[in-house]
Design a protein around this ligand. Structure first.
Ligand code: DGL
Length: 300
């Protein structure tokens, strides 16, 4: 009882401390979300974490994706983040609900973790005229059927066809995005998706790594199909969320800084992030997976 009271007091006093917005992905993919957040909301500080040492997540079990994601969220919390965005569809599909409902109340109910599937589905009404939408993602995202479930709630007249592209993330994580070999896998999956539903007029890239393959995806997608990436959608959704939640907004620090953490090589991450963000980026290495289910209160 005493411990609980002390924790509550700590959380109360903690309410006035600010910290960066945490952005998490299994690897480089979340940079495609961070870039648009920075463009729209440059005043905030951001702390990005790529779990490159354990990427890709796409073919991993529910339990592993959940554990890796929770560990990463805790690493961002430990470094001062009050709000963490899972800039990863696979983590949003497999870990978000458990973290929000089971872990956050124990860790710190005043902090927030948000995903990227719901805000993307909210936009579908504006993106398709035929009401036939194609979703390309990792095996984890597609087999979770998260997009179908959310779409059925918000746009019941829509037909959603999901298609997994298990080779696309490894192409990005291994620096093969621009190689000739990538063309084969990109064309193959787009052809398979469209043959599954020829009425599709909007193709959602429901994996944050896929915009890094955008030039080639455009090359093999028929011109009447619009290709939708998530960066702008998520940035606008974050702006709206912070507007509606001033108690969270006031806990996000604002000096326009970005810092990068990776569980793999800091040098390689810095090169990729600098290239992609169009500004010098200096990443730091952290060890993956130190702890789970810690409360942020000291043990008494
Ligand atoms: N970028 C992630 C996503 O949006 C996951 C990629 C992976 O690690 O397989 O799903």
């Amino acid at each position: 009882m005493e411990k609980l009271y002390f924790c509550t007091m700590l959380m109360e006093s903690d309410k006035h401390i600010t910290g960066p917005i945490g952005v998490f992905d299994s690897g480089y993919g979340g940079l495609t979300i961070l870039r648009d957040m920075r463009l729209l909301l440059p005043q905030y500080d951001y702390l990005y974490l790529g779990d490159n040492a354990r990427a890709p997540y796409g073919n991993r079990s529910f339990e592993l994706v959940y554990r890796f994601t929770l560990e990463s969220v805790e690493a961002l919390f430990d470094r001062g983040c009050r709000l963490v965005i899972l800039a990863c569809n696979t983590a949003s599909a497999k870990a978000l609900r458990s973290i929000q409902q089971r872990d956050l109340p124990m860790i710190d109910p005043t902090r927030r973790v948000l995903g990227i599937i719901r805000p993307t589905v909210e936009k579908l009404g504006e993106l398709s005229h035929s009401h036939h939408v194609g979703i390309m993602g990792t095996r984890g995202t597609i087999s979770s059927r998260s997009y179908e479930i959310e779409t059925a709630k918000l746009h019941p007249s829509f037909t959603v066809t999901g298609h997994a592209c298990p080779m696309w993330v490894p192409l990005v994580e291994n620096g093969e995005a621009y190689s000739d070999g990538a063309d084969y896998f990109i064309k193959k999956e787009i052809d398979a998706l469209i043959s599954g539903d020829p009425e599709i007029d909007a193709l959602i890239l429901a994996c944050t790594h896929y915009p890094l393959l955008l030039d080639k995806i455009k090359r093999y997608t028929p011109p009447h199909i619009s290709i939708v990436t998530q960066g702008e959608i998520i940035a606008h959704s974050l702006e709206d969320y912070l507007h509606r939640h001033p108690e969270i907004d006031s806990r996000c620090s604002r000096s326009g800084r970005v810092e990068y953490l990776t569980t793999e090589s800091a040098g390689r991450f810095s090169d990729m992030a600098s290239l992609f963000m169009g500004e010098p980026a200096q990443a730091s290495h952290i060890e993956p997976g130190k702890k789970t289910h810690t409360t942020l209160c000291p043990t008494i």
